[in-house]
Design a protein around this ligand. Structure first.
Ligand SMILES: [Zn+2]
Ligand SMILES: [Zn+2]
Length: 195
């Protein structure tokens, strides 16, 4: 296979969230800002031909390569997406539960700090905001067996626009050569890395 050098790869997003929502599993590419995410969607994914959308997961050790791409009705601004991510519980849940199809969408990821949320909002440590110390702006967790030093919480807001993906494959690195999208991605970013 020779590499398709015209693919414009985009890895400038925070990661991927997997959510069970609207009956199907959702794959959400996370961005820090709504505006940036929605203009990127409009110039890329919006133009994808649904039946050509492919999502690939290439597992290498404790990590996986997330790869998504499609043929576009507007090839001049098209992009394919990839990101190397650590395997997570949500990833494993998606892998087991997707049943061959998923909803692809973008999401806005926001970090929330002590002052920005209500008392019952859980911290990343699992304990509520009001289980954290508030004196002298310390915000550490009051549970003795918890080593959380500062209240922090995140929120993922799924954006409305979506695409249905029915071409989903999980593979190991030695299977990449039989898959054009995964092969193009690894060839560019792993095997032929120029810098
Ligand atoms: Zn905490
Ligand atoms: Zn805690």
């Amino acid at each position: 296979m020779s590499e398709n050098t015209s693919i414009n790869w985009q890895e400038n997003f925070l990661g991927v969230a997997y959510r069970f929502f609207d009956v199907r599993m959702n794959i959400a590419l996370m961005f820090p800002e709504r505006k940036e995410a929605s203009s990127l969607w409009l110039e890329t994914v919006h133009w994808w031909n649904d039946h050509t959308i492919k999502v690939r997961f290439v597992e290498i050790g404790d990590e996986y390569w997330f790869i998504a791409g499609a043929d576009s009705r507007k090839p001049s601004t098209n992009k394919s997406f990839y990101k190397i991510l650590p395997k997570s519980e949500n990833y494993e849940r998606f892998k087991k539960g997707h049943n061959g199809s998923a909803i692809l969408r973008f999401a806005v990821y926001t970090k929330k700090f002590y002052d920005g949320v209500k008392n019952d909002v859980p911290c990343d440590c699992g304990h509520r905001k009001d289980d954290h110390n508030f004196e002298k702006n310390d915000y550490y967790c009051l549970y003795e067996d918890c080593n959380c030093k500062k209240f922090e919480s995140f929120q993922i807001n799924l954006m409305k626009k979506k695409k249905v993906v029915t071409n989903i494959k999980f593979m190991s690195e030695d299977e990449v050569k039989d898959d054009s999208l995964a092969w193009n991605c690894l060839n560019r970013h792993k095997y032929n890395k120029t810098e």
